[in-house]
Write a protein that binds this ligand. Structure first.
Ligand code: SAM
Length: 205
């Protein structure tokens, strides 16, 4: 469902929940820039598919990286998060964040950054979450560069397709060119910020 198709009352619900998530103290004290329903679905995907690494583009305040790290912590696995942002900000000070999150600074589509991330996830079961610049061309480039890192049965989550002109078009273009990924409508919540954004890898890299 795109922005234009959403009923006014649901738009209001989105506005209020986004506002709530933007308040200081969002998740364990750190702001997370996400629809809480999508946050909930993503923790479920981590739990169900059990990746060893979550790669995230777009760190911002570290709130989402903190959330994925907390899921690994509670699952008791060796899971780690690798997150990249072009604008470094102060990061959460939680002990498990320090242990489980590796922060990189740079452009997510810089070849050197992608090479470095690929080295860090080599031979690891990996999930990818794309949440940096939401322009079509940038997201499309990210999808092409990060798709090879995603393990079979794991997800590449492309955020904020609700904006319609950005990630949504990138997803449509990407899916027109590959059969390695399918949109998993079964996991996508009805009121999501990420329409067609839960892509499951169905054939091995
Ligand atoms: C929506 S915020 C990320 C929110 C975070 N994932 C969360 O859920 O709390 C987007 C972030 O992408 C970063 N960004 C923008 N362009 C980028 C690029 N080319 N490469 C890497 N990060 C970028 C911005 O600096 C910003 O911090």
């Amino acid at each position: 469902m795109t922005q234009e198709e959403i009923p006014a009352c649901v738009r209001e619900y989105f506005r209020v929940t986004a506002q709530e998530m933007n308040r200081p103290g969002g998740y364990l004290g750190v702001c997370v820039k996400k629809n809480p329903v999508d946050l909930f679905v993503m923790q479920r995907l981590i739990h169900q598919t059990n990746p060893e690494r979550v790669v995230e583009t777009g760190t911002k305040y570290g709130g989402s990286a903190l959330a994925w790290a907390s899921v690994f912590e509670l699952m008791g696995t060796e899971g780690k998060v690798i997150t990249v942002d072009i604008n470094p900000l102060p990061m959460p000070q939680h002990g498990f964040f320090q242990r489980r999150v590796e922060c990189l600074v740079g452009d997510s589509v810089d070849h050197g950054i992608v090479r470095e991330i690929a080295k860090r996830v080599e031979a690891r079961r990996t999930m990818v979450i794309l949440d940096s610049k939401h322009k079509t061309e940038h997201v499309y480039q990210e999808m092409c560069m990060y798709a090879p890192l995603v393990s079979e049965g794991c997800y590449m989550v492309v955020e904020d397709g609700i904006m319609r002109r950005g990630p949504y078009h990138a997803i449509e273009r990407f899916l027109g060119e590959t059969s390695d990924f399918v949109v998993d409508g079964a996991v996508e919540p009805r009121f999501t910020f990420n329409p067609k954004g839960y892509l499951r890898r169905v054939t091995g890299p």
